[in-house]
Ligand binder design. Sequence first.
Ligand SMILES: [Zn+2]
Length: 88
Amino acid sequence: MMKTMKIKFRTDDEEEFDIELKPCPFCGNENIELLCMEDHHTKTKKVTVRCRNCEVEKTTTGAIGLNTKFLVDNIVQWWNNRFEKNKP
Ligand SMILES: [Zn+2]
């Protein structure tokens, strides 16, 4: 049975929150990583969710001042919905 991963995500401003990620919608791998990057040159913040097995990834980009949790929630929701629609 596929299980939902619970991870603690810590932002650059030391804000920590729990998120739940479903396995990869393409290969079923449960080893998923979530990365947050700030680009001060383009003034954007990027949150990427990535499968460590098949390397499928999806990135969401927002303005650097945007709340990180908002972006993370956004990408996590996309990922989890994608899994529901496209169960491996
Ligand atoms: Zn995968």
